[in-house]
Design a protein around this ligand. Structure first.
Ligand code: KIV
Length: 254
């Protein structure tokens, strides 16, 4: 698709029903992101997610999907300690959850681990820029690599990941011009979130783009629906129908 200049659409999903809807709608790639930690489990960061959580969510998504590529995030501390542990985690995500590929965060430091996983036959997606598993190192969710030194390092990290064999790289919350430079300097597709329109594809968290999270409004987010309002209206209509006794009616009973 990168070769043809066709942009890649990617969205997150965490369960069977949502995955089935977005797969039928035609999305190219479904990411079972560890953002499940925020939008499904209600944690503040992605740090608490475990292999068991991610295997559960991924297996639910895989059962709902007929055509899209399903990528699963490896959770924090399931791949950072040793390359051997990382390979075991990636293998579990494929065998137990049915993922088609895994994603992990980091650049140069993680490249030898990426190589080992890829050599075992498991496709790996990289993730650079704002890497939420390192939130306690960064201290904020602000835009990364605005300064020249960090930008240069990010370009080098992208090359290292490409050499290690990633099939794609997520670029999160970096300046659009830096994302352009990365996208032009690697042969694999870049998928941006808050990284501008030069990326080879885009990803959004499903709950955010559907307007389920009314309190999350970063500049990069475009809302395609207001499901928070639609759901609130539907639930309030149901409550009032039950209270006034108009639900169920004669046709809705046996
Ligand atoms: O966990 C996630 O949803 C992600 C995307 C934001 C890229 O990593």
């Amino acid at each position: 698709m990168k070769g043809k200049g066709e942009k890649i659409s990617m969205l997150t999903a965490y369960d069977f029903t949502m995955a089935g809807i977005i797969d039928s709608a035609g999305v190219d790639v479904i990411l079972v992101g560890d953002s499940a930690s925020n939008v499904m489990a209600g944690f503040e960061t992605t740090v608490p997610m475990t292999m068991e959580h991610m295997i559960y969510h991924t297996s639910c998504v895989v059962r709902g999907v007929n055509r899209a590529l399903v990528i699963a995030d490896l959770p924090f501390m399931s791949y950072q300690v040793t390359a051997k542990e990382a390979l075991i985690s990636a293998g579990r995500m494929m065998k137990e959850a049915g993922a088609h590929a895994v994603k992990l965060e980091g650049g140069k430091v993680i490249a030898p681990t990426v190589k080992k996983i890829v050599e075992a036959g498991i496709p790996v997606m990289g993730h650079l820029g704002l890497t939420p598993q390192s939130i306690y190192k960064f201290g904020t969710y602000k835009v990364r690599a605005k300064e020249e030194e960090e930008a240069k390092q990010l370009l080098k990290d992208a090359k290292k990941l490409e050499e290690a064999g990633v099939f794609s790289i997520v670029l999160e919350k970096i300046p659009a011009d830096l994302a352009r430079q990365v996208s032009e300097s690697v042969s694999v597709p870049t998928i941006g979130i808050g990284a501008g329109h030069h990326c080879d594809g885009q990803v959004l968290v499903l709950h955010d783009m559907l307007g389920l999270n009314k309190d999350f409004s970063p500049r990069f987010l475009r809302r395609y629906a207001d499901l928070h309002q639609s759901m609130t209206d539907a639930v309030q209509n149901y409550i009032s129908d039950v209270k006034e006794g108009s639900f169920p009616n004669e046709n809705e009973q046996y």
